[in-house]
Write a protein that binds this ligand. Structure first.
Ligand code: HEM
Length: 456
C-alpha cells in the first residue's frame, strides 16, 4: 500500500460565484482583496470587466503577461490605484517612479545588486541570521513567526545595504511598519470609487503619524552618513546608502529622490522577504514529511560549505520549498498596470486607460496552468521539473524592465535564513489556529503566525 501522505492544502479564500453589489465589493476590497476573485479568474486565460466606467483586464495567459510586462512594456504604466496607495508613502522611490526618474534611478542602483555584489552580502546575512537564532535558545513555547521574520529581515537589510546605520530603534520601526500597512496599505474605498483626490482618505489620515516617523528616520539616516563621509571619506562604509548619496547631483538624483529611495529600499527590501519566510516555515510545519526532506538536505550540505553565497545553489530542496511558498502566498499578490494607448493581443482588444491586473495570486493557483494548484507540492520546483513551468506563469518577482531589483538578494537571504534556523530548530504550528491570508500591500497572515519553537 502507498503510504505517501496527501499533499497539504493550506487556507485560501474559495473563489466566488455570483455577482457582488457595489457596497459588498467596496467592503471586500478594503478588507481583503484576495477574497474578491471569482471562478473565471482562476480558470480563464483572461477576464475582462467594466467597473465604474473603468475597463479592467485580469491577465492569466503567460503569452499575454509577457506581452504586457515585457514585449510591449512601454505601453503600460503603473496603475492608478497602485500609485494612489504607494506614492504618498514612497513618492519618487524606484518602486513608484516612472519615465526618466525611474530610468535614472534604476541605473544608479543596479550596481548594488549585481551577482558579485550580492554574493558579497552573504557573510553579513549569515552573521545576522546566526545572531537572530540565539534568541530561540532561550525560548520555550510560542513565538509570532510573522513578527520575528520582520525583525530578522529588517536587521539583514539594515546591515547589508546600510551597514547597520539606520537611525532609530528596530522595535519601534517594526511597530510603525505594521501600523502603516494597516492604514495606508489598505485600498481606500474612495480610491475604488475613483472619488476626486481632494476628498480626504481616512486610511491615509490614520497613517500620517507613521509616515512622519519614517521621514524623520530617513533624513536623520542620510544626515548621519553625510557627516561621516565629510569627516573621513575613506572610513565611511561603501554601501548602498553611500552610493545613493554619491548619486545625488545635477545629472543624478535629487535630494528628495535620494530620501525616497532610502524609504523604498527599507520598505520593499524586508517586508516581502519576511512574509515569504514566515509562510515557508508555516507550510513546512503543516507538511512534516516535506520538512524532513529540507532538514535532511540542510544537515547534509551545510557542514561542507564554507561560503554562504554557495548555499542557495547547493540546496535545491530548500529552495524548492521556498519557491512553492512564493507560489501559494506570493508576497506581492498583484502587479497592476494601465494601458497608455489602445493595444491588441491575439483576439483581445485592450483599450487605452484599461487597468491590467497581472495577479500572482490567481496566476499561481490557476486551474489550467498548475496540477493540484492549491496544494503544497515543493517538488514541482526541483531542477528536474522546472522545465514544466512557463517563465510567465510564475511571477513572484514580476518580469520585464520593472522586475524586482532585489530578487537575487531575497533568494540568497532566504536560503541562508532557512539554513541557519532549520539546522538548529524545529518549528511547529498550533492546530487550533489557522492563518488567514490577507492582502495589505503584501500577503500577510491575519493575526500573525503563532508557532512553537523547539531545539532539534
Ligand atoms: C521575496 C521577496 C520579494 C518579493 C516577492 C518581491 C516582489 C517584487 C515584485 C513583484 C516587484 C515588481 C512590481 C511591479 O512590477 O509592479 C518588485 C519590485 C521591486 N522590488 Fe522586490 N520583492 C522582494 C524582495 C525585494 C528586496 C530584498 C528588495 C531590495 C533589497 C526589493 C526591492 C524592490 C524594488 C526597489 C522594486 C521596484 C523595481 C522597479 O520598479 O524598477 N524587493 N518586487
Amino acid at each position: 500500500m502507498d503510504s505517501k501522505p496527501a499533499p497539504f492544502v493550506p487556507p485560501a479564500p474559495t473563489p466566488r460565484s455570483g455577482a457582488l453589489s457595489t457596497l459588498e465589493l467596496v467592503r471586500i476590497i478594503h478588507r481583503n482583496p484576495l477574497e474578491l476573485w471569482g471562478e473565471p479568474s482562476y480558470n480563464e486565460p483572461w477576464v475582462q470587466m467594466t467597473w465604474m466606467k473603468q475597463d479592467i483586464l485580469v491577465a492569466n495567459d503567460p503569452g499575454l503577461i509577457r506581452h504586457v510586462l515585457v514585449d510591449n512594456a512601454k505601453n503600460y504604466r503603473m496603475a492608478r490605484v497602485r500609485q494612489n496607495i504607494l506614492r504618498p508613502i514612497l513618492r519618487d522611490g524606484l518602486l513608484t517612479a516612472e519615465g526618466d526618474v525611474w530610468k535614472r534611478s534604476r541605473k544608479a542602483m543596479a550596481p548594488v545588486f549585481t551577482p558579485r555584489n550580492n554574493a558579497g552580502f552573504a557573510k553579513a546575512m549569515l552573521a545576522r541570521a546566526e545572531a537572530f537564532a540565539e534568541r530561540y535558545e532561550a525560548v520555550d513555547g510560542s513565538v509570532d513567526m510573522a513578527h520575528d521574520m520582520t525583525l530578522l529581515t529588517y536587521d539583514i537589510l539594515a546591515e547589508t545595504l546600510f551597514s547597520g546605520q539606520i537611525a532609530g530603534e528596530p522595535g519601534a520601526f517594526a511597530r510603525q511598519v505594521e501600523r502603516l500597512f494597516n492604514t495606508m496599505g489598505r485600498v481606500d474605498p474612495f480610491d475604488v470609487l475613483d472619488a476626486p483626490q481632494w476628498l480626504p482618505r481616512l486610511t491615509r489620515i490614520r497613517g500620517r503619524r507613521s509616515l512622519s516617523f519614517f521621514r524623520n528616520i530617513v533624513s536623520e539616516t542620510a544626515r548621519l552618513r553625510e557627516k561621516a563621509i565629510a569627516a573621513d571619506p575613506e572610513a565611511a562604509p561603501n554601501d548602498f546608502l553611500t552610493l545613493l548619496l554619491k548619486a545625488e547631483g545635477p545629472d543624478g538624483l535629487s535630494r528628495q529622490e535620494v530620501e525616497d529611495n532610502i524609504i523604498t529600499f527599507i520598505g520593499a527590501g524586508h517586508e516581502t522577504t519576511a512574509r515569504a519566510l514566515g509562510w515557508t516555515l508555516y507550510l513546512l510545519a503543516e507538511a512534516p514529511w516535506e520538512r524532513e526532506k529540507v532538514e535532511a538536505e540542510i544537515d547534509a550540505v551545510l557542514p561542507g560549505l564554507k561560503d554562504p553565497a554557495d548555499w542557495l545553489e547547493a540546496m535545491p530542496v530548500t529552495r524548492a520549498a521556498f519557491e512553492e511558498a512564493l507560489r501559494l502566498y506570493p508576497p506581492a499578490p498583484s502587479i497592476n498596470r494601465q494601458a497608455v494607448a489602445d493595444d491588441r493581443y491575439e483576439s483581445l482588444n485592450i483599450p487605452a486607460k484599461s487597468t491590467v491586473l497581472v495577479m500572482p495570486w490567481t496566476l499561481h493557483r490557476h486551474r489550467k496552468l498548475w496540477e493540484n494548484p492549491n496544494a503544497f507540492v515543493p517538488s514541482r520546483f526541483l531542477p528536474e521539473n522546472r522545465d514544466n513551468i512557463d517563465r510567465y506563469q510564475y511571477l513572484p518577482f514580476g518580469a520585464g524592465p520593472r522586475i524586482c531589483i532585489g530578487a537575487s538578494f531575497a533568494m540568497q537571504e532566504a536560503a541562508i535564513a532557512l539554513g541557519v534556523l532549520m539546522s538548529r530548530f524545529r518549528f511547529d504550528t498550533f492546530r487550533r489556529r489557522k492563518p488567514w491570508p490577507v492582502q495589505k500591500l503584501t500577503t500577510q497572515p491575519e493575526g500573525g503566525l503563532p508557532m512553537k519553537v523547539s531545539r532539534r
